[in-house]
Design a protein around this ligand. Structure first.
Ligand SMILES: [Zn+2]
Length: 266
């Protein structure tokens, strides 16, 4: 199996994998989405709330804030020695105390203060509630690890998708260089070079096949490789994107090993 990074940013990674079948590609996608744990606020203690927002809405909004995750220091509550009751190895406390003075005040995720500097909101700019003059909130929130299968707020990814690797070919013997494909392709795959049409950046091809429909001479064919996939992974901010891929692969390897051991004993 070969992996090539095509594009990398702080919160996303785009890579090509060759030598993988579709079942395995989908298992990787589902592991990243549903099995890899991430931190989220799961319990909220509202000590004071004189804002117009109901306590339940406040708790729900807090739960949806992506929280940076430290997978090495925290246990999933069900795997923790405290048996899920909540201890410093499976739970992190964040507090929020804000009071509006004479003017309106917007409370942001950055106003949450955490007992662990590694477990903080992934962005400081997520609005939680708007306080009118003299309104106040005092909240204690408990973040823990969970999986996307349990609740979507624990998903470490906002997007994980893959597509087949496109193979775009132009038959020079049929092509009459009319240039229609150059105009219609939304991804600018085709270019006129002298008296021939050539292709560029074919990995960007969205497989829409508009070029095939518009090409009257039938010179263009779009196919795809069956054992190679282009993955796009976009982190919610809880984990770096490459950590998501590596950790998901480890998790899948472990689950496969358990399944093989189990099959071996039957
Ligand atoms: Zn615990």
């Amino acid at each position: 199996m070969e992996i090539k990074i095509i594009h990398r940013e702080e919160d996303r990674v785009h890579f090509l994998v060759e030598g993988m079948d579709v079942a395995f590609a989908n298992a990787m996608r589902r592991t990243m989405l549903n099995r890899l744990p991430a931190m989220a606020i799961d319990e909220v203690l509202i000590l004071e709330n004189t804002s117009v927002m109901y306590d339940e809405m406040l708790a729900q909004r807090l739960g949806l804030i992506p929280i940076t995750t430290d997978l090495d220091s925290y246990n999933l509550p069900e795997d923790c020695d405290c048996e899920g009751k909540g201890c410093s190895l499976c739970q992190c406390t964040l507090t929020l105390e804000k009071e509006a003075g004479d003017e309106e005040l917007v409370v942001y995720s950055g106003d949450l203060s955490s007992q662990d500097p590694k477990v903080i909101p992934a962005s400081n700019e997520i609005p939680i509630v708007k306080l009118a003059p003299n309104q106040s909130i005092i909240i204690e929130a408990y973040a823990r690890l969970g999986t996307g299968g349990e609740n979507a707020k624990f998903q470490p990814v906002s997007t994980v998708a893959y597509k087949y690797v496109p193979v775009v070919s132009v038959d020079a013997s049929k092509c009459d260089q009319c240039g229609v494909c150059v105009e219609v392709c939304p991804k600018n795959i085709f270019v006129i070079e002298g008296d021939t049409i050539s292709t560029q950046n074919t990995l960007d091809c969205a497989l829409c096949e508009i070029c095939v429909k518009e090409c009257e001479s039938g010179a263009i064919t779009i196919d795809s490789k069956k054992d190679a996939f282009l993955f796009k992974v976009e982190s919610s901010g809880s984990l770096p994107p490459e950590d998501i891929v590596v950790r998901a692969a480890e998790l899948l390897k472990e689950r496969t090993r358990i399944a093989l051991d189990f099959a071996g004993t039957l």
